[in-house]
Design a protein around this ligand. Sequence first.
Ligand SMILES: [Fe+2]
Length: 183
Amino acid sequence: MTVNLEIKEKRSLLEQFKEIRNQTLELVKNLEKDDFVVQTAVFMSPPKWHIGHVSWIYEAIMSKLDKNYKFYSKEFSEYLNSYYQQFGIPHDKGLRGITSRPTVDQIFQYFNIINQKVEKFIESQILNEDQKKLIVMGFHHECQHQELLVYDLQHLLAEQYKPVRKNKIVNQTKKHKKKFVRD
Ligand SMILES: [Fe+2]
């Protein structure tokens, strides 16, 4: 492969990666911090877990491509692993919402650290076709989780929140004017 083609392919991988990561953040940008921790059913996962898991999977991939790769944290790996026994015993899915650690802030910090790690990894490694495919598989995996996240958000928000509506008729003579009511 020529040097120019290699540079072009790496640039394309980096662009795809950044776009997918931004899409993930876009999906959760309107949530309150408290929303990230709640698990409203055993079959869904809290947003915090999704954000962490789609980051952790790149660690799993990098560890496959580089035998010297060191995972960020044993605790994070345990909580964010879904069902890959080769990376240790995964946390119980139905209990993802009962733990307050790692915190939401720590998970977002982790998300950003993994962004840097993956970008550096793509830039610095000489990757063959199979290795590139594995990285692209990570992109597809994150896209799948974006769908799952949307499903889970619907369950989370539909169960928890009712929309705030404006009163159609406001009685101006009342001392305590109610601007908004809840159903
Ligand atoms: Fe997954």
